[in-house]
Design a protein around this ligand. Structure first.
Ligand SMILES: C[S@@+](CC[C@H](N)C(=O)[O-])C[C@H]1O[C@@H](n2cnc3c(N)ncnc32)[C@H](O)[C@@H]1O
Length: 446
């Protein structure tokens, strides 16, 4: 009886801590860019007045943009960018989301540090279908946080030239962007893919594949683009979290693995994806974040789900890239007890018997237990269970997992498709422990 009371109190405390942690660890849109958005709206759209977010015009334009994105004619090839009002709506409402998505992907790759990729002093990056540069700025912000004085060369490429004007305005702070060079290139993705030119460390295609009208197949286009990568370079594709987009991305991935392409993320293996596209399961990420206050204000009448970033994505590299083939990934061998992770004590991880998983669902509460579905390096979809009575400090991060998170289990048997965590099973969620050092190279787990 005493034990029962103790468990009840302990679980209540665990839930409260989980909530606090969740709130604290949410990604936040940088204040600097909140100001840049407001300033750019004021400068380019004087009709919105001094407080653009409060203007009924902007609300109306956001509504029109969401309608335009449903309209095939306006949607194709980014035609909405030819209407200046819709560009303002993109800036106020969609820019912050695209910004954070690329930032989250780069953060995870950095935490895993598969190669010496992040040790360069300068990077050449092509953001194809850049629009007003959400992914460009999200990437700059990532590199700024990672390493000071890194030099970035961006090719901002788009089929429409109209958004470049706004992007130029947003990058005019010569102090903030002192180490960043921008080249604005008005061209079609297919022409860019076919021509020869400087090799890139990163090529970004954020929310582009669904819009382009290409004479060649997407797979042929991607293969052409991959020839533009440096030996260690990577191509990052971001698509909506919709079932159809995610499925198309998986089909693309399944074809690419037969063409000597390495899958860096989100998969932990390079076999055909085991997901059958049922209504319940498809592969995408859901990251809780704190949207800018302006977005929350604008959403008061739109009622969109804006507190979670949802997207599907794929990070690929040429197979010639050394030391970064797909397969089991390792977390860092040490988790810093820095001020960003107040609840996380410094720990040395025992790397023996440590396995990586990608969550493809949220932890679901069932009678007496939580369960989650996750994919692993053997390309098996596992059901991972944690009984309420077995929740401890070692495994409580299980409850904080989100769809698409990469996590690691310590000391667990992998013989069955269903894994039951014990009270002693350690679990590390990379999304949560994201300020990590030192990093160890990825390779197969001995
Ligand atoms: C949804 S927007 C994405 C903008 C930005 N990448 C982001 O994530 O917010 C799609 C962009 O792709 C561009 N685009 C569409 N078709 C293109 C093509 N064939 N070649 C180059 N860019 C294209 C559009 O002009 C538009 O700017």
């Amino acid at each position: 009886m005493q034990l029962h009371v103790f468990n009840h109190v302990k679980n209540k405390k665990t839930t409260e801590n989980t909530e606090r942690r969740r709130e604290f660890l949410k990604m936040k849109f940088p204040l600097y860019y909140q100001r840049v958005i407001t300033e750019s709206l004021r400068t380019y759209y004087p009709e919105l007045g001094n407080n653009p977010v409060a203007s009924p015009h902007l609300h109306k334009w956001i509504w029109e943009l969401s309608e335009a994105l449903r309209n095939e004619n306006l949607y194709k090839q980014g035609m909405y960018y030819q209407q200046r009002e819709l560009t303002a709506a993109y800036l106020a409402f969609l820019f912050p989301q695209s910004f954070m998505k690329i930032n989250a992907i780069l953060n995870e790759l950095y935490s895993l540090n598969n190669t010496a990729f992040f040790e360069h002093d300068q990077y050449h990056i092509a953001d194809i279908g850049c629009g007003i540069g959400a992914s460009t700025f999200g990437t700059i912000e990532f590199f700024k946080a990672m390493k000071k004085d890194i030099v970035l060369h961006f090719d901002a490429i788009d089929y429409n030239k109209e958004p470049f004007e706004l992007m130029r305005e947003m990058s005019k702070d010569s102090n903030y962007f002192r180490n960043t060079n921008f080249a604005f290139i008005h061209n079609d993705i297919e022409k860019i893919a076919s021509r020869s030119g400087r090799k890139c460390d990163i090529i970004i295609l954020s929310l582009v594949l669904g819009e382009i009208e290409s004479k060649i197949s997407i797979i042929a286009l991607i293969r052409k683009l991959m020839k533009h990568l440096t030996e260690t370079g990577m191509l990052i594709i971001i698509e909506p979290a919709l079932q159809e987009s995610s499925k198309n991305l998986i089909l693309l991935r399944n074809k690419l693995i037969s063409y000597n392409v390495s899958i860096l993320s989100p998969c932990l293996n390079e076999q055909p994806c085991p997901l059958t596209y049922s209504a319940q399961h498809w592969c995408y990420r859901e990251i809780a974040w704190t949207p800018p206050a302006s977005m929350e204000y604008l959403n008061r009448k739109l009622f969109r789900e804006i507190n979670t970033l949802k997207f599907s994505y794929l990070v690929i590299a040429n197979n010639t890239r050394k030391g970064c083939r797909g397969g089991p990934m390792r977390p860092p061998n040490k988790i810093d007890a820095n001020s960003d992770i107040p609840f996380q004590a410094e720990k040395e991880l025992d790397l023996k018997n440590l396995y990586a998983f990608r969550a493809i669902s949220f932890p679901k509460k069932q009678k007496g237990e939580y369960i989650i579905k996750a994919c692993d390096s053997s390309c098996t979809i596992r059901v991972i269970e944690l009984l309420h009575k077995d929740i401890t400090d070692a495994n409580k991060q299980f409850l904080e997992l989100s769809r698409g998170d990469l996590f690691f289990l310590l000391d667990t048997a992998l013989s069955e498709a269903t894994i039951r965590l014990s009270s002693g099973t350690g679990i590390y969620n990379l999304q949560i422990c994201k300020h990590l050092s030192p990093f160890i190279p990825r390779g197969s787990i001995k």
